[in-house]
Design a protein around this ligand. Structure first.
Ligand code: TPP
Ligand code: MG
Length: 542
């Protein structure tokens, strides 16, 4: 008998019991016989199953849940091609530090090597992009393996884990010890390193904070705000850190980043790597304080002035409690506010642009009028999404989902599914390039069929814009960068059980968006945008 200490059942039931203990509340999947027992366990116990049309969407949906809810989320993929189709999703989760668990089916162990259907050892494929990857050898090991995988996934620095269950292991009955209560270690930072960081920030004349995704993932948003207020430091954000301070907060900045980084003497980067998005941590003469959630996140290519590593809430709370003397940064902040306001005024003009064809800026101008403060916006595309990053202003933390530094196109429909399940009553809006649409739009069918309405706004410029413009600039010509102009992506979604419309005139945008958010089914607004419009950037390679 299954008891609090002892579990009994087939492999799917044993796995599900352990998953529930860790707060996993649904599975994302695409069918395959190797994983039927997991479906059986879920079906019989009322555990929600959401299915998709490509395994990458299952992993992206799980990643969105993991990111938004800060809890583990599950994708169940069948053996072989099911797992390999999920690898870009796993890799994105690895780059984003998202606690996603993929459970794969696996050809039977007892005749391994004899040529069973889809017989491939997944582990060497997934090991480089997971924190934990194992094949479970017997039924009685399943709960313990699930617990170990999820503990690894949830331990900072977080990331994905992988288990596969050979056919005879998942189908056979067994009994096993129930997993112990989840116990995720919290890493204490070195207090001397934290004190050094606090002193550097407090004694700086022109400090700047850049806060990234791990601040949200580590549930350290309130501590960030307190630290910024105590030390009186302007805050910029990226990734899931966006919205950590509401836009109207006197220390919240977004548009004056270049001015700030140029003028700063101490730059405090919190919960995000010193990667290409932050000029690899090279800020000229400024000293860098890098605050990370685990020592593995310290950059090997930079030597920061201080680099406290550990639980971000603990580190930021310690900064908030700083009692030493601090410089007055009022003048510095006032100067940045002037730059910020000037940039905002320029943006407002661009967002009102009355042009034909429509410029992407105008799309965001209209969207801002209809988006609620707690709307979840999701970017999947090239230039069109760069504009989203520039013009949309997330007002609450955990409402902006971009693909992260791995930059994988195709997150759109999966992320939308995860967001819709997380927030049944909120607006969920995907900003999608027409090129990006090719990767996941078929999953509008999954959304429609399972009653998950979302709004998709396609910036339809008829090109792979972020590649075409740079290629022309580099070679004077371009190849493999064109798509069919004015293609009816809205008709695709209609055919799949949703609805939509094409918009060619700026003045039609507002009413179309209003209809989209009212539709109650997946709704695609296909906006014909100007192919000549290229997002200005210093390096266009992505
Ligand atoms: C899976 C994947 N393939 C290719 C790329 C390279 N890439 C980055 S942006 C981009 C163009 C995107 O075009 P679209 O979605 O139409 O957006 P636009 O730039 O036109 O606004 C491409 C091909 C990528 N990032 N990910
Ligand atoms: Mg395009």
């Amino acid at each position: 008998m299954t008891s609090p200490e002892r579990l009994e059942g087939h492999g799917g039931e044993l796995a599900l019991a352990a998953l529930r203990a860790y707060g996993v509340a649904e599975m994302f999947t695409l069918s395959g016989g190797h994983v039927f027992p997991l479906y059986d366990a879920a079906h019989k116990s009322g555990f929600p199953i959401f299915d998709v049309r490509h395994e990458q969407s299952a992993v992206f949906a799980a990643e969105a849940v993991a990111k938004l809810q800060r809890r583990p989320a599950l994708a169940v993929l069948t053996a072989g091609p099911g797992v390999t189709n999920g690898i870009s999703g796993l890799t994105s989760a690895y780059f984003n530090g998202s606690p996603v668990l993929v459970i794969g089916g696996r050809a039977p162990a007892f005749r391994w090597g004899a040529g069973s259907l889809q017989e491939i050892d997944h582990l060497p494929l997934v090991a480089p992009v997971t924190k934990y990857a194992a094949t479970v050898g017997s039924g009685e090991e399943i709960p313990g393996a699930v617990a170990a995988a999820l503990t690894a996934a949830l331990t900072a620095h977080r990331g994905p884990a992988f288990l596969d269950l050979p056919l005879e292991v998942i189908f056979s009955a067994a009994d096993a010890d129930a997993p112990a209560t989840p116990d995720v270690p919290v890493m204490e930072p070195d207090p001397d390193e934290v004190a050094r960081a606090a002193q550097l920030i407090a004694s700086a004349e022109r400090p700047v904070i850049i806060a990234g995704s791990d601040v949200y993932a580590g549930d350290a948003v309130a501590a960030l705000r307190e630290a910024a207020e105590t030390l009186h430091v302007p805050v910029f954000t990226n990734g899931m850190g966006r919205g950590a301070l509401p836009p109207e907060h006197q220390l919240a900045f977004a548009k004056s980043r270049r001015t700030a980084l140029k003028g700063a003497d101490v730059i405090v980067v919190i919960g995000t790597p010193l990667d290409f998005r932050l000029s690899f941590g090279d800020f000229g003469g400024a000293q860098v304080v890098h605050i990370v959630d685990a020592p593995t996140q310290r950059a090997a290519h930079v030597t920061p002035a201080a680099a406290p590593a550990g639980d971000l809430r603990l580190i930021l709370s310690a900064l908030a409690d700083y009692e030493g003397v601090r410089e007055d940064h009022a003048e510095w902040i006032a100067g940045l506010r002037v730059a910020e306001d000037a940039a905002k005024a320029r943006d407002a003009e661009e967002m009102a642009a009355e042009t034909d064809p429509i410029r992407p800026a105008r799309v965001y101008g209209e969207l801002r009028k209809v988006l609620a403060r707690d709307a979840v916006t999701i970017g999947d595309g090239g230039d069109f999404v760069s504009y989203a990053g520039k013009y949309l202003e997330p007002a609450e933390p955990g409402t902006w989902l971009d693909p992260g530094p791995y930059g994988c196109l195709g997150t759109g429909m999966g992320y939308a599914m995860g967001a819709r399940i997380t927030y049944p009553g909120r607006q969920v809006c995907v900003l999608m390039g027409d090129g990006a649409a090719g990767f996941s739009l078929m999953d509008a069918e999954s959304l429609a069929r399972q009653g998950l309405p979302v709004v998709v706004v396609v910036g339809n410029n008829g090109i792979w814009g972020l590649e075409k413009h740079p290629m022309r600039a580099m070679y004077g010509y371009d190849v493999a960068a064109d798509l069919q102009p004015e293609l009816r992506y809205d008709d695709v979604v209609k055919a799949l059980g949703g609805a939509g419309e094409t918009v060619a005139k700026a003045s039609d945008l507002g009413p179309a968006l209003a209809r989209a958010f009212d539709a109650g089914v997946p709704y695609l607004v296909n906006v014909l945008t100007d192919p000549a419009d290229a997002y200005p950037r210093s390096s266009n390679l992505a």
